[in-house]
Design a protein around this ligand. Structure first.
Ligand code: ZN
Length: 169
């Protein structure tokens, strides 16, 4: 993806107040210019100042779309059925995947309505797809006949479907 500046990122969030958007802290390496933009299909990070808050910013033709996510505080592995990221379809051990919950945009979100999805816990789907990061324990890999670009496209379709549900409110 093309590098984004901080102003574009803060302006992109669709499901939080301007005040909350202004308090979000940029990912590690952002100020230092070490974000590997060329290897990213979207920017995903945990707020360094608020560990239960995670952020996703997707590039788009009309500018980036940002979504604020909450990471559930209590982790209960016994209730976690999926160990596969629903976005990039990387297989993880249970702790490698987390259920993230996003308030819906607008009034629906202010009334407490949310939508949830299982994602790579570190939001590094782009790096797993490219083999630049490996799941902690290599599980039996499903044979994939798709090319890297096809798998990236599939992940972005999945992610857009999720963010569209947030934006729709
Ligand atoms: Zn993933």
């Amino acid at each position: 993806m093309q590098p984004l500046d901080e102003k574009d990122i803060r302006r992109s969030f669709v499901n939080c107040s301007k005040g909350e958007a202004s308090r979000i802290r940029m990912p590690a390496g952002f100020a230092e210019g070490t974000i590997p933009w060329a290897d990213l299909d979207f920017l995903g990070w945990t707020d360094p100042g608020a560990p239960l808050r995670a952020l996703l910013v997707l590039p788009g033709e009309d500018g980036p779309t940002g979504v604020v996510l909450r990471r559930p505080e209590a982790y209960k592995p016994s209730t976690l059925r999926s160990s596969m990221c629903r976005i990039c379809l990387t297989d993880h051990t249970a702790s490698g995947v987390a259920l993230f919950v996003a308030p819906l945009a607008g009034a629906a979100g202010r009334n407490g309505n949310t939508v949830g999805e299982y994602l790579c816990a570190d939001l590094a789907c782009s790096l797993y797809l490219r083999g630049k990061r490996q799941p902690k324990m290599r599980l039996v890999r499903r044979e994939e006949t798709l090319t890297l670009q096809e798998r990236i496209d599939r992940a972005m379709v999945n992610l857009a479907a999720f963010t569209n549900r947030v934006v729709a409110g």
